[in-house]
Design a protein around this ligand. Structure first.
Ligand SMILES: [Cu+2]
Length: 255
């Protein structure tokens, strides 16, 4: 039974860990999140294997003989077993919580020169404001410089949406009435897709935007070329969510 459990969890782990779930790693957080995911996959594969092997063993070993119509044996508590199946899962869950906490703490460390981007989400479109750059505004596409921390402030206009660029790994819900933030340092130049990852209505699957990560000089040029500023209605949604205390526009002076 032990051998079967070990073999099954090894096979599942190898297959699952080798699947490229979210594409390239394009942010500093991506390797840490992938490691966390892989550790969780191995633990889950082990727990799954214990359950499946025990179930298969019990089904085979304790099956009724042909013609046996009697009731099963009445079994009362087994203290050792109950302590074990409470304690072991508790330890696993606490380990997972501690490890996740540590990863989240690492990837949310703020840097002084970070760039602020306001993210506006509504059924079924994204738009983006640059508070440090005169509130320049872009619809359906946003650019960020490579290798610089970006703090995204989320402002949902109607229902809950969720901000996710798979290659950056980090996901953040956009919740009406409050401002949530995602801290991301893109470290790979390229074009990616922002997808809404919270079922938000009929057009949910089409709610996407283009993400361009580029060298700082190109980014500055792109922002300068934007000819619109954030519309008053969207600015008002920031004020309402923050009681007039707009999140500090960091990065105002820099690139
Ligand atoms: Cu959405």
């Amino acid at each position: 039974m032990i051998a079967a459990t070990v073999v099954l969890s090894a096979v599942i782990s190898v297959v699952m860990v080798n699947i490229n779930w979210d594409g390239q790693q394009a942010s500093t957080a991506a390797p840490q999140i992938d490691d966390l995911l892989n550790v969780m996959i191995v633990i889950s594969a082990f727990v799954f294997s214990v359950v499946v092997v025990a179930l298969a063993y019990a089904l085979y070993k304790f099956r009724a003989k042909p013609g046996d119509e009697s009731d099963g044996e009445p079994i009362h508590g087994n203290t050792r077993l109950e302590v074990a199946w409470t304690l072991i899962p508790t330890i696993i869950v606490l380990f997972g919580a501690g490890y996740s906490w540590d990863v989240l703490h690492n990837i949310e460390q703020r840097e002084k020169d970070s760039l602020t981007v306001d993210v506006f989400s509504q059924q079924y479109a994204w738009s983006f404001g640059y508070p440090g750059k005169g509130n320049k505004w872009s619809e359906g596409e946003f650019h960020v410089p490579v290798d610089r921390q970006v703090v995204f402030y989320m402002h949902a206009q109607d229902v809950i949406h969720s901000f996710w660029v798979p290659e950056w790994r980090i996901k953040k819900d956009n919740v009406p009435g409050i401002t949530t933030a995602a801290v991301i340092t893109p470290d790979r130049v390229g074009t990616y897709q922002l997808v809404c990852t919270e079922l938000c209505g009929f057009g949910h699957s089409t709610m996407r935007a283009t993400v361009v990560v580029e060298p700082p000089a190109q980014f500055r040029k792109w922002v300068r070329g934007l000819d619109q500023t954030v519309p008053a209605g969207l600015m008002q949604s920031i004020d309402e969510a923050t009681g007039g205390q707009n999140p500090t526009a960091v990065g105002a002076g820099g690139a």
